[in-house]
Write a protein of this length. Structure first.
Length: 317
């Protein structure tokens, strides 16, 4: 069921504290559609997820109020979609098909129950983009909102696409928006009211979930989700593969919408959850944009020079 198919909540249904743990769970579970990989969903001590491949890809992320989202900038629906997207994108970046999410929610008891319902609507609707579903989770009271999401996926019998396969001579290409969330964050910090597209991009990423299948079909040698900035994340491929990655700034997609700092946003801005991959020369898929090449050496350079600082570090000041 899409976002428009759910009730927005008419009239007061009370706070989470008034509803209680099990009352909240009942409300949230009742809003969650089943998924094809969910053999046993919420209601028991653990869920049962089918794993036809015999292997399961797994990833997890935390979102903390004030660190990853602000309640005065984003509504619960956008926060839910963001929380799901950043995990689903990691599964896709392994060349896998997302199957299920497990969600842990810590929330102040005074929070309106309708807020939690809209959060889960966002989580469920983002899952629907990939065919995955929420299989279970946990709720707990806390002083601020914290969301923990674990995503599972199925490789369908194929090997995972890792960061360690890039070889000199490969092309480097990207798929999806770059720099939009970063530009939107700058606008929020400046108190600006537009462009709306950039503000929305910061609230909610839009990963191109077909990227994993496209990359695999084209023979990608390495693939990852761009979560912390293109250059920083390409640095992970360079380090894991023992190569140097050379980026041509003129080839990086920088729409005018990003403003005068567009290149900086595109190279160092995170949270768009685009994808970056390396492909054998001449094998870049049509929907992807070639932005550079793999060479012998180490590190990442732009137009032959180091570019920095940039990229996201959770423990940087």
């Amino acid at each position: 069921m899409g976002a428009r198919g759910r009730a927005e909540g008419t009239g007061r249904m009370g706070t989470i504290g008034e509803l209680g743990e099990f009352g909240l769970i009942s409300r949230l579970v009742g809003r969650l559609p089943a998924g094809p990989a969910i053999a046993l969903g919420p209601g028991d001590d653990a869920a049962v997820i089918t794993a036809p491949d015999g292997r399961v890809t797994a990833t997890t992320d935390l979102l903390v109020q004030g660190r990853h989202f602000r309640l005065d900038w984003s509504g619960p629906y956008e926060i839910g979609r963001k929380a799901a997207a950043q995990n689903l994108a990691d599964v896709v970046a392994m060349g896998a098909r997302p199957t299920a999410l497990l969600v842990g929610l810590a929330v102040p008891p005074a929070t309106e129950a309708a807020w939690a319902e809209r959060l889960y609507d966002g989580l469920a609707d983002e899952c629907a983009e990939t065919g995955a579903a929420i299989a279970g989770g946990d709720v707990v009271g806390a002083a601020e909102v914290v969301i923990a999401v674990t995503a599972l996926g199925d490789l369908g019998g194929a090997p995972p696409l890792t960061r360690s396969g890039a070889r000199p001579g490969d092309a480097v290409a990207v798929r999806g928006r770059l720099g939009h969330s970063s530009a939107g964050l700058d606008l929020f910090r400046a108190g600006a009211d537009g462009p709306a597209e950039l503000l929305d991009a910061h609230r909610r990423p839009r990963p191109p979930y077909t990227a994993g299948a496209e990359a695999r079909a084209a023979g990608a040698t390495a693939l990852l989700d761009v979560s912390d900035g293109l250059l920083q994340d390409l640095g992970h491929i360079a380090a894991a593969s023992g190569v140097r990655i050379e980026i041509d700034s003129a080839a990086v997609p920088v729409p005018a919408l990003l403003g005068p700092d567009g290149l900086r946003h595109a190279l160092t801005g995170g949270e768009d959850h685009a994808f970056a991959a390396t492909f054998p020369a001449g094998a870049v898929p049509p929907a992807w944009t070639a932005v550079g090449r793999v060479a012998a050496g180490s590190g990442v350079v732009v137009d032959g020079r180091s570019y920095g600082p940039g990229g996201w570090d959770h423990f940087a000041s």
